[in-house]
Design a protein around this ligand. Structure first.
Ligand code: GDP
Length: 533
């Protein structure tokens, strides 16, 4: 076990890093907020470019036409930018609920999440789901209540709803003054400042006035009497009723500070960024076997949490997204690929600065780099400077939907196999090869993934495919001593298949079957998840 009570200070280059994701329900304003982050991070000149660039990238990996048509975001990417003295690494989470496994894995690569909610709608279903995922890892969460320029719900109502639905303490970092058309700005409760919104120009940063408490006479000039009275009353009530900011509780994931603002008006965004810097976590200790990895260790290590293939169809390359877990990486370093024990020279890693890929000359614990490769790197793989460490906690879930898949042209079965193996490695689908018979069975978590898969195979491999109903609906990995697993497979041939790693999988239609196996074959264990390694 790592002794975390007595760790030396983090090198400044590591302690200034904040690696986080945004969780939200579609339409709450994630894209708009991301644009403003990049704007203030100096990564783009003008807001609006993320979308434009995003689309250019999508056209390149053309399966994403579908994503565009449906207005959803299928792929995740990472962006880095500087703000004040901080280096932010923002990892984009796929927005659609069908892609929960991908989202889950993305969240294993971050140290915190920013939860964006729409001030008129409060906590919506997708926010709730993503929040639960963050909770599994006690990720610190900072909340941004967006669209305050529109008619929103009462501030206390919003806070109550978060506290009740998500079972987390909420502390106001700012307090809104008026709402909808009367929304003036916020009182910054942490810094005793008044932030006033400029409605005339959406890209203009709010006027900030340092005040001396809410009795400061300057307020009478700045805020209409009625709103001022309401502000004083509400803030007094808030101070009485709501918990004070406790940085430790935030870091432990028990308390979330909330900022109110309007992303589209660039309002409240800087305060939120300040908040991520001040109260968000530094790169954290990473769980691994046989020991944990601390970010300040001299030796470099990192793990793959996402693989994206065919980002550019002209080059059949894949990019493995690696979260650096420790040390100071320099381009050209030779790292050990722990799963295969082979050395790998990392000569052209990319850093995702805004949405342009750039060569990463160096990276520190907390950063996300992309490593182009030809398929050696898989989700869950660990890279180190030699030590046989394996990062843990990146699961693969049993699919909830299964279908048979065949190439439109039967002579192209080999091609199909190649395509399927690639998507399986990417984590886009589970692929099972039945022990008896021909063909493949693919498994996904949401129906939409079948369509994505079909259109990608057609676009990237020129191979039309069709799906067939499968007699199976559930998949379980078979664990146990090798001999026991083999014996089990022999006696249950009709139900057995192999995943892309060659691991034995039991397919069935009936929960009853699963119970029976557990009763009749005590030597093997069926599981709905497997650790990726
Ligand atoms: P996403 O689906 O979460 O990425 O949301 P978007 O950022 O695409 O925003 C959804 C819609 O809400 C868009 O039409 C935005 O222009 C709009 N929007 C975003 N932020 C604000 C805001 O602060 N105020 C208002 N009125 N609209 C906003």
């Amino acid at each position: 076990m790592l002794d975390t009570t007595n760790r030396p200070d983090l090198p400044p280059e590591i302690s200034r890093r904040r690696t986080f994701a945004i969780i939200s329900h579609p339409d709450a304003g994630k894209t708009t907020l991301t644009e403003k982050f990049l704007l203030y991070g100096g990564a783009i000149q003008m807001a609006g470019q993320v979308r434009a660039k995003g689309e250019a990238r999508r056209t390149r990996s053309d399966f994403m036409q579908m994503e565009k048509d449906r207005g959803i975001s299928v792929s995740a990417s990472a962006m880095s930018f500087d703000f004040n003295n901080f280096r932010f690494n923002l990892v984009d989470t796929p927005g659609h609920s069908d892609f929960s496994e991908d989202t889950y894995r993305t969240l294993t690569a971050v140290d915190a999440a920013v939860m964006v909610i729409d001030g008129a709608k409060g906590v919506e279903s997708q926010t709730q789901k993503l929040f639960e995922v963050c909770r599994l890892r006690d990720l610190p969460i900072l909340t941004f209540c967006n669209k305050m320029d529109r008619d929103s719900r009462d501030t206390f109502d919003i806070i109550d709803e978060i506290q009740e639905n998500l079972a987390i303490d909420v502390t106001p970092a700012s307090w809104p003054i008026g709402m909808g058309r009367d929304f003036l700005g916020c009182y910054d409760m942490l810094n005793d400042r008044l932030e006033l919104m400029d409605r005339a120009d959406r890209n203009v940063v709010a006027e900030s006035v340092k005040i001396d408490g809410l009795e400061d006479p300057r307020l009478d000039v700045l805020i209409p009497a009625e709103l001022l009275e309401q502000l004083r009353e509400e803030v007094e009530m808030a101070k009485e009723l709501l918990p004070r900011l406790d940085p430790q509780a935030v870091l432990e994931g028990h308390m979330t500070p909330i900022w109110f603002g309007s992303a589209i008006n660039s309002f409240g965004v800087k305060e939120l960024m300040d908040g991520i810097g001040s109260y968000g976590p530094e790169p954290q200790v990473q769980s691994a076997q046989p020991r944990e990895i601390a970010p300040e260790e001299n030796k470099v290590s990192g793990f793959v949490f996402k693989v994206q293939a065919n980002m550019d169809p002209k080059h059949r390359d894949r990019v493995a997204f690696v979260r650096m877990a420790s040390g100071h990486f320099k381009r050209g370093m030779k790292l050990t690929h722990v799963r295969t024990k082979k050395p790998m020279a990392i000569s052209n890693p990319v850093l995702f600065l805004a949405s342009d890929r750039e060569l990463a000359e160096e990276a520190w614990a907390g950063d996300i780099i992309g490593i182009p490769n030809h398929g050696q790197l898989r989700i869950g793989d660990t890279l180190t400077e030699g030590e046989a460490l394996r990062v843990t906690g990146i699961p693969s879930f049993a699919p909830e939907l299964l279908q048979g898949i065949r190439a439109g042209d039967p002579l192209k079965a080999k091609h199909l196999e190649k395509a399927l193996m690639q998507f399986a490695e990417e984590g886009a689908a589970k692929v099972f090869k039945p022990m008896i018979g021909s063909g493949f069975i693919v498994g996904v978590v949401g129906q939409l993934q079948f369509e994505v898969l079909a259109s990608r195979i057609e676009m990237e491999y020129g191979l039309p495919v069709r799906f067939e109903q499968s007699q199976f609906t559930s998949a379980r990995w078979v664990n146990g001593e090798r001999q026991a697993v083999e014996k089990f497979a022999e006696t249950n041939k009709q139900h057995i298949s192999y995943d892309h790693d060659g691991d034995v999988v039991y397919l069935t239609r009936l929960q009853w079957d699963i119970d029976r196996v557990e009763r009749d074959f005590p030597d093997v264990k069926l599981t709905a998840t497997k650790e990726m390694m």
